[in-house]
Design a protein around this ligand. Structure first.
Ligand SMILES: *[C@@H]1O[C@H](CO)[C@@H](O)[C@H](O)[C@H]1NC(C)=O
Ligand SMILES: *[C@@H]1O[C@H](CO)[C@@H](O)[C@H](O)[C@H]1NC(C)=O
Ligand SMILES: *[C@@H]1O[C@H](CO)[C@@H](O)[C@H](O)[C@H]1NC(C)=O
Ligand SMILES: *[C@@H]1O[C@H](CO)[C@@H](O)[C@H](O)[C@H]1NC(C)=O
Ligand SMILES: *[C@@H]1O[C@H](CO)[C@@H](O)[C@H](O)[C@H]1NC(C)=O
Ligand SMILES: *[C@@H]1O[C@H](CO)[C@@H](O)[C@H](O)[C@H]1NC(C)=O
Length: 372
């Protein structure tokens, strides 16, 4: 557990003679690439006091370049959004760069009960930490946004700082995340089935989220489903437990919300659920995790098998034909989705640009504005 103390005698006592490990505020103040973070924290006294006394933590410190991406940064730093945003960058426990491995780890942040970022099951929100193929330490936050560690293992009295090159948005709810990462057919389908609010109140779940192209491939069928039938199909895409990519094993069976089985197949780097291929792993949401898939799952075809060597999977619905348009997208605001967030086959979703952060900021400020 993290300990908050105003005077950290233990860590002072553990200093070897002659070594000068600074406290966090001195460290930030004295590191030129962290001037924006230092300024922001100075302007938020309660954050400064909490961090100043914290022990056993890892701080993912966004550098000045990361802050530059936010043209509305001053508004954010001055707003209620800042404390939860920053808190998500503080990990509970000390994780030096040697803790990063090719197998992702999901490390708990100290982000607490802040709407809209709180983990509905009451557990801390996590950050995904992984070493890329080229041995770059990388961290992922909500919306599939990643940051690279540019300077690792800077020691301070309460733990260690890794300097990163982007701000990490905290995980947000399922429908907001789906909309921002361009899964607008899914959002439209949830809307038609009147399930948006229900899905956003789920806790501790894994969602297998079909792409718009996946819905389009079965467009003739899904467009004709009643809201009830559509709800039945969508329920088969949600598993009431958090299964990150690292806990998916070949041959594993998961039980969806409707009580029906889903079968995981793994061949090399490729992960399949029934006959659908996972094209974007581990998009963190406040209720758990979303994996993007390339086909819509059919609750009436639970034995659908993957074609492991094919680049795209044939639909799980036997009489499906492709529709000319992406189903369910009319009326779903796509203005916030032109951010270049494209699910990638190699895990995660590619890095997003400035505009996504602004969307996040807008959504967050809006949501905080609604807090009582
Ligand atoms: C940071 O540096 C400024 C300017 O040098 C100084 O006024 C301020 O007290 C310092 N803050 C901390 C927490 O060291
Ligand atoms: C530091 O935090 C980690 C993770 O929460 C915990 O396992 C460990 O016991 C803590 N160590 C101390 C000294 O508090
Ligand atoms: C939310 O809490 C659950 C239950 O403890 C945990 O398994 C999961 O990792 C948490 N999800 C996120 C995104 O932090
Ligand atoms: C590794 O990270 C550094 C920044 O620390 C970046 O400049 C470089 O492009 C990254 N390399 C790869 C292959 O991603
Ligand atoms: C989901 O997130 C959005 C954006 O933050 C918010 O407006 C909405 O109220 C949230 N839904 C629920 C059920 O909390
Ligand atoms: C699945 O089969 C049941 C029973 O035949 C039927 O009522 C339902 O509409 C089917 N669902 C889909 C999505 O085809």
């Amino acid at each position: 557990m993290m300990h908050i103390k105003f005077i950290s005698l233990l860590s002072l006592a553990s200093l070897a003679v002659g070594q000068t490990v600074p406290d966090i505020l001195t460290l930030l103040n004295g590191t030129s690439s962290l001037s924006q973070l230092a300024k922001a924290i100075t302007n938020a006294p309660e954050v400064a006091i909490a961090l100043g006394g914290a022990e056993n933590i890892t701080i993912l410190a966004p550098n000045d370049e990361a802050f530059k991406a936010f043209s509305q940064m001053e508004q954010i730093v001055d707003g209620e959004m800042f404390a939860p945003l920053l808190t998500y960058h503080v990990l509970n426990g000390i994780y030096e760069s040697t803790a990063f491995s090719k197998t992702p780890k999901f490390l708990p942040s100290i982000l607490g009960d802040y709407q809209p970022f709180r983990n509905l099951s009451g557990a801390p929100q996590v950050v995904k930490a992984v070493l890329t193929a080229s041995n770059n330490a990388t961290v992922f936050g909500g919306l599939g946004v990643s940051a690279s560690v540019v300077t690792a293992n800077v020691k301070f009295t309460g733990g260690v700082v890794h300097i990163i090159d982007s701000l990490l948005p905290p995980p947000m709810n399922i429908s907001t995340t789906a909309q921002i990462v361009q899964l607008t057919s899914l959002v439209g389908a949830l809307t038609k089935a009147d399930l948006v609010d229900i899905v956003d109140r789920l806790a501790g779940v894994t969602v297998f989220a079909p792409t718009n192209a996946a819905f389009q491939a079965v467009g003739n069928l899904v467009s004709d489903l009643t809201p009830q039938q559509l709800g039945d199909v969508l329920a088969y895409h949600v598993v009431p437990q958090v299964a990150y990519s690292t806990s998916l094993k070949d041959g594993m069976e998961l039980t969806a919300l409707d009580g029906k089985k889903l079968t995981i197949t793994i061949k090399g780097d490729a992960v399949f659920v029934n006959g659908a291929r996972v094209t974007g792993k581990d998009v963190l949401v406040n209720a758990g995790v979303v994996h993007v898939i390339d086909s819509v799952l059919n609750p009436n075809n639970t034995n659908d098998k993957p074609e492991v060597s094919a680049s795209t999977q044939s639909p799980a619905f036997p009489s499906a034909t492709r529709s000319p348009d992406e189903p369910f997208t009319s009326g779903i605001d796509a203005s916030s989705t032109t951010t270049g967030a494209s699910p990638s086959a190699t895990g995660g979703v590619s890095k997003m640009g400035v505009s996504t952060f602004l969307v996040l900021a807008g959504a967050g400020v809006f949501a905080f504005g609604m807090m009582a």
